[in-house]
Design a protein around this ligand. Structure first.
Ligand code: IPM
Ligand code: MG
Length: 372
């Protein structure tokens, strides 16, 4: 298969982790005789520095002609301390979501057996957790009308949803549930918010179309607690933009590190793949950033193009790295100095030699082939 991928590494640790995802995709292309080409663009704070805006026209053009977008991370603490800044790195990501109408954000949450003890939650509670969060991504409070009064003392954000916006992502979530444990939980705040009442009404009306899916409804505050105490009860979680942002970050606690959480956002024509973590500028260029979320996002890209064997091989490589504790310091207490690049090298080597199990740890530390 021929694929042209727009690569937007972004800020902070974005370039380091994205480089590992690209490395893995190149290894897959070699092994399976695909032709993947990569075109690079700027976004976020690094784009502001170069061009004055967070999402330059050239970047949009690059993504337009690409089959898929591989995104790193954005953000910079400089902007975080200036809430009134007119130009912000996040506009790059939000602009991409809006420009390409990437309305369905899919965030898998899997508690890996080999690292259950890395979670601050109890092992017995998180074991076997396997959740798929469907987060609406192009509407709600993020994109509704905003005001800021001239005297600087009053501000509003509007949370607006239409039936169309709810139905299109809900169909995808129902279909996903049909292929899994056939459970769908709508997370909302329908006891208070008008937009949530609409979500609940629309899902209730749609549910009979999917009689094989058991639908439940949960308020966001309760869902946050349930996710921490009994995450196994969930299969597919469907929710609006802001609730999905918060719940998916909380899910990082279940898996042991936010550095493991991948995501994919879809419109009907375009798809973007992105680790859910931020730019973590403090950690950049130290080799400590976990590349697995970026690598698993690349696996989601492969799945999207129905390259299922390829995606499985990447996921197996990740599983193996976790099993052998070849991970960055956020997860690794066993060996020291396993860098971002070395984790990427290991998974690349695994793709090249999946049957070899004889690992050479000296070579890992020398940055050479990890398998002999
Ligand atoms: C995410 C991020 C973004 C969001 C930020 C960077 C705008 O937190 O993808 O979860 O809030 O959606
Ligand atoms: Mg977030």
């Amino acid at each position: 298969m021929k694929l042209n991928i727009a690569v937007l590494p972004g800020d902070g640790i974005g370039p380091e982790v994205t480089a590992q995802a690209v490395k893995v995709l190149k290894a897959i292309a070699m092994e399976f005789n695909h032709v993947f080409t990569f075109d690079y663009g700027v976004v976020g704070a690094s784009a502001i520095e170069k061009t004055g805006v967070a999402l330059p026209q050239e970047t949009i053009a690059l993504c337009e002609k690409a089959d898929a977008i591989l995104f790193g991370a954005i953000g910079n603490a400089v902007y975080d301390m200036d809430p009134m800044a007119k130009i912000r790195p996040e506009q790059g990501l939000l602009g991409l979501r809006k420009t390409f109408d990437l309305y369905a954000d899919v965030r898998p949450v899997i508690a890996y057996e080999d690292i259950l003890d890395k979670s601050s939650l109890k092992k017995k509670q998180i074991k076997d957790t396997d959740i798929l969060i469907y987060r609406e991504l192009t509407s709600g409070i993020y994109f509704g009308e905003k005001t800021f009064s001239d005297d600087g003392n009053t501000a509003t954000d509007t949370c607006q949803y239409t039936r169309f916006q709810i139905e299109r992502i809900a169909h995808l979530a129902f279909i996903a549930a049909q292929k899994r444990k056939r459970k769908l939980t709508l997370v909302d705040k329908a006891n208070v918010l008008a937009s949530s009442k609409l979500w609940r009404k629309v899902i209730q009306e749609m549910a009979p179309q999917y009689p094989d899916v058991a639908v439940s409804y949960m308020y966001i505050d309760k869902a946050a607690m349930e996710l921490a105490i009994n995450p196994r009860q969930f299969d597919v979680i469907l929710t609006e933009n802001m609730f999905g942002d918060i719940l998916s970050e909380l899910a990082g606690v279940i898996v042991g590190s936010i550095g493991l959480l991948a995501s994919a956002s879809f419109s009907d024509k375009k798809a973007m793949f992105q680790p859910i973590h931020g730019a973590y500028n403090k950690a950049s260029n130290q080799g400590i950033a976990n590349p697995i979320a970026a690598i698993l996002s690349a696996a989601m890209l492969l799945d999207h193009f129905e390259l299922y064997d390829e995606a499985s091989l990447v996921k197996e490589g990740v599983d193996k790295s976790l099993k052998l504790h070849i991970t960055t310091p956020d997860l690794n207490t066993k060996y020291e100095h396993i860098t971002t690049i070395k984790v990427g090298d290991f998974i690349e080597d695994f793709i090249n030699n999946p049957d070899e199990t004889n690992l050479n740890f000296t070579n890992i530390h020398l940055g050479q082939s990890t398998i002999i």
